[in-house]
Design a protein around this ligand. Structure first.
Ligand code: FAD
Ligand code: DLZ
Ligand code: SF4
Length: 508
């Protein structure tokens, strides 16, 4: 009997579990561009174009390898509009007896597949280093879950950067060497730009027609859209950026959106690259003397540490995790996240770049847009929707723990032990944004005071009962308490006035 093998848009790996379990001679691969997936958040047009083009090319490669592929394009008149609808339709068409699917990276879609009146087998997604079971075993009985300890387990498991049972260089983590700020001479030409081709052009026209109201520029479009291109992007990163990746990991520069970042998250998450191969390439660069240990260790930690850790948390915590709101933040997401004008240059730069490129690097996501939303008390569900929509690498399993947990502290401290908040001083130290800002980063109060300075104290005071006892935050409360009483009152009153202007939609 025929079985259907479902391949989702972020499962574009030749050895994905559903294909391993299927029989090329008898079974049919089902792939579908559907409205339900394209519209559950208003995805950036570049993200949709990347995924649809990559899906079409992957389907063509499967056909070349001898697979029968039932592919539904978005404008197919028979398109039912959802993954479940397509599976029902294809079951009837091919008189299929069962569906083989690799576990999706989002509870919503897992439930959709489980609820189908069909014989659906959900296979574990074995493209990750740590299975759900292994993560549960590691988490079992721990008072708190900390990435650093999890990461060490993954180093031991993979043998990456290990010398026997000891970490290479005698330390697990070289972050201490990785805090260099941005300087004007730091420029890199960025990731390689892919050339257009007929498949891409057709998709770009479709996306232009259907999604032109979504936030984000579709053209120019330079992402790679197949495995060969993703491998070229990886080569380029290893050759040109990895050696300085660690040192400048936290730096931000107005005219260089990429600095020494890899810009491979979208390829990894769609399945065009695998975590082992990218780590192996980085490790080789260390052994050959091409890249130093602080950079290679920092990079490998992001992949086998953070990436695996956040996935573990997402599946451990269950479907309600993205809706957590531990700090009871209720503010609407300000319109400038969707491109309206703001005088805060750091936000304007991070959002503008996100609009143009569907990309921002980690510190821009965490310490600029994320930091502001947390300080201003924005509802984390709205922040979550924004991050899920606007980045080409965003899927809920990885985005939600980063946003709801790491960035907004809305999980109450499961992912991190303290909130990532800072005043303007941090942004000034790590970037060149403040030089051309309407506000003055050195001003703590007054008309031109940097809003991050005002809101920083407002956040700490609003949540004093929760955070004062946290040993990593006690110093900040002592600093506030040492301020002159009248100064404290002015800071908080000015912060309130700023938040009031924000609520009224006044230009801030
Ligand atoms: P690099 O900085 O070059 O890092 C290399 C790789 O390490 C990345 O490609 C990624 O696969 C991995 N990595 C690094 N940091 C993390 C992390 N915190 N969690 C998981 N993987 C990590 N990453 C996503 O892949 N998808 C998301 O939707 C996403 N949303 C985020 C939302 C917020 C609020 C924050 C603070 C971070 C988010 N991240 C997300 C993590 C990180 O910002 C991106 O992985 C990274 O910016 C991607 O760019 P890059 O490939 O140049 O990464
Ligand atoms: C993100 C996305 C988009 C925009 N479109 C599709 C689609 O049309 N078909 C598809 O199979 N997958 C798409 N995806 C990826 C899915 O949303 C993703 O598989 C789930 O969110 C689970 O990670
Ligand atoms: Fe951002 Fe404040 Fe610097 Fe302006 S002064 S760029 S608002 S941190």
């Amino acid at each position: 009997m025929v079985k259907l093998a479902l391949v989702l848009g972020d499962q574009l790996s030749a050895d994905i579990a559903a294909l391993q379990a299927a029989d090329k001679q008898t079974d049919v691969v089902v792939m579908a561009e559907v409205a339900a997936e394209a519209e559950y958040v208003p995805h950036h047009p570049k993200k949709i174009a990347f995924l649809f083009t990559a899906m079409r090319k992957f389907a063509a490669q499967l056909r070349d390898k001898g697979w029968k592929v039932a592919y539904t394009s978005l404008d197919d008149p028979d398109n039912s509009g959802s993954i479940s609808g397509e599976l029902l339709r294809r079951t009837e068409e091919f008189e299929a007896s069962a569906v083989l699917a690799t576990e999706p990276g989002e509870w919503r879609l897992i439930h959709e597949l489980q609820d189908l009146p069909l014989d659906v087998t959900l296979l574990p997604d074995d493209r990750f280093i740590c299975s759900h079971g292994e993560f549960e075993d590691w988490a079992e009985g721990r008072k708190s879950l900390r990435m650093e300890y999890f990461y060490r387990e993954m180093r031991r498991k993979t043998g990456l950067l290990m010398e026997g049972d000891k970490p290479a260089g005698g330390k697990w983590n070289f972050d201490h060497d990785n805090r260099k700020p941005a300087t004007d001479d730091l420029f890199r030409k960025g990731p390689p730009k892919a050339q257009g081709d007929p498949v891409l052009e057709e998709v770009l026209e479709l996306v232009e027609k259907r999604f032109s109201d979504n936030f984000g520029a579709l053209r120019p479009f330079h992402f790679q859209t197949d495995r060969a291109g993703a491998l070229r992007a990886l080569d380029h990163f290893i050759e040109h950026a990895l050696p300085d990746f660690g040192t400048y990991q936290d730096a931000m520069l107005q005219d260089d959106p990429y600095l020494y970042h890899a810009v491979i998250g979208l390829y990894l998450n769609a399945g065009l690259l695998g975590p082992f191969e990218v780590c192996n390439r980085a490790e080789e660069a260390y052994h050959s003397g091409h890249a130093p240990l602080n950079s290679v260790e920092g990079f490998i930690r992001q992949i086998i540490g953070w990436r695996e850790f956040v996935r573990g948390i997402y599946f451990l915590e269950g479907p309600e995790y993205p809706r957590r709101n531990a700090l009871n933040h209720q503010r609407k997401l300000p319109a400038f996240y969707w491109g309206a004008e703001t005088r805060m240059n750091c936000i304007a730069q991070a959002v503008g770049q996100t609009h143009d490129l569907a990309y921002a690097h980690h510190i821009q996501r965490l310490m600029v847009t994320g930091n502001f939303a947390l300080l201003a008390g924005v509802n984390p569900a709205e922040v979550h929707e924004w991050y899920l929509a606007v980045y080409a690498d965003a899927y809920e399993w990885v985005e939600a723990p980063n946003t709801v947990g790491m960035s907004q502290f809305a999980d109450g401290g499961i992912l991190g032990s303290k909130p990532y908040v800072s005043s303007g001083a941090y942004i000034d130290r790590m970037s060149d944004y403040c030089k051309s800002c309407h506000y003055k980063v050195k001003d703590k109060t007054g008309e031109k005071a940097c809003p991050f300075n005002l809101l920083y104290w407002h956040f700490l005071i609003r949540h004093r009962a929760r955070f004062e006892g946290n040993p990593r935050m006690a110093q900040m409360y002592r600093t506030f308490d040492r301020m002159d009483k009248s100064r404290r009152e002015i800071v908080l009153a000015e912060a309130d006035a700023f938040l009031d202007r924000l609520s009224r939609g006044t230009l801030v």
